[in-house]
Design a protein around this ligand. Structure first.
Ligand code: FMN
Length: 199
């Protein structure tokens, strides 16, 4: 059984919802799945002033525990076309893990969210992948066998690079059914790959 960590950062709850969908998909493939957050880094008054969702139940992850997993699926929103700094700050503390090669051969995968449809989802995911590669990890995305990512009948996130959702400029749009399906598919894909690699 593969052990999968879904490691997320979410200011307003969109990525939080996607994280549990990713976890559901991985669990359906028989993986042991843990959902955790990275620490908030903005001052509390800033988070409150910006109406961040501060009641998130997932425990906060530590860098030291990363080596316990066969796969790490990272979820974080787009900030100015790249990954949220809270997630970046967490991974910037993994120098010792990298030095000791603790993540070599494990699976890494990314999902994201943005306010606007073309606000940088692909650049966010692709911009994070070098971190996995520097750690010697094997990267998985959202294969086109998830056909929900094709078609233009509705506004939707999701690309071969990873699942995603579009929050809307004011954050009022919630992950749609097809976006949550994409998240589940990505979780299942990673769980299957991790089970094979760790066998
Ligand atoms: C400082 C900041 C920068 C942002 N930059 C972008 C951006 O470049 N493109 C975009 O579409 N959305 C941008 N957004 C919107 C966020 O991506 C959106 O709020 C987030 O994906 C929602 O996910 P969450 O509810 O999990 O936080 C930005 C938001 C903030 C606060």
């Amino acid at each position: 059984m593969a052990k999968v960590l879904v490691l997320y950062y979410s200011s307003y709850g969109h990525i939080e919802q996607m994280a549990y969908a990713v976890a559901e998909g991985a669990k359906a493939e028989g993986a042991e799945v843990v959902v955790k957050r990275v620490p908030e880094t903005v001052p509390e008054e800033v988070a409150k002033g910006a109406h961040f969702k501060l009641d998130q139940a997932a425990p906060v992850a530590t860098v030291a525990e990363l080596e316990e997993y066969d796969a790490i699926i990272v979820g974080a929103g787009t900030r100015f076309g790249t990954v949220a700094s809270q997630m970046r700050a967490f991974w910037d503390q993994t120098g010792g893990v990298w030095f000791n090669g603790k993540l070599v051969g494990k699976v890494g995968s990314v999902f994201t969210s943005s306010g606007t449809q073309h606000g940088g989802q692909e650049s966010t995911i692709l911009g994070f992948i070098p971190t996995f590669l520097h750690h010697g990890m094997v990267v998985a995305g959202l294969p086109y066998s998830f056909q929900g990512q094709t078609g233009v009948e509705e506004v939707k996130g999701g690309s071969p690079y990873g699942a995603s959702t579009i929050a809307g400029g004011d954050g009022s749009r919630q992950p749609s059914a097809i976006e949550l399906e994409g998240a589940k598919f990505q979780g299942a894909t990673v769980a299957k790959l991790a089970a094979k690699l760790s066998a």
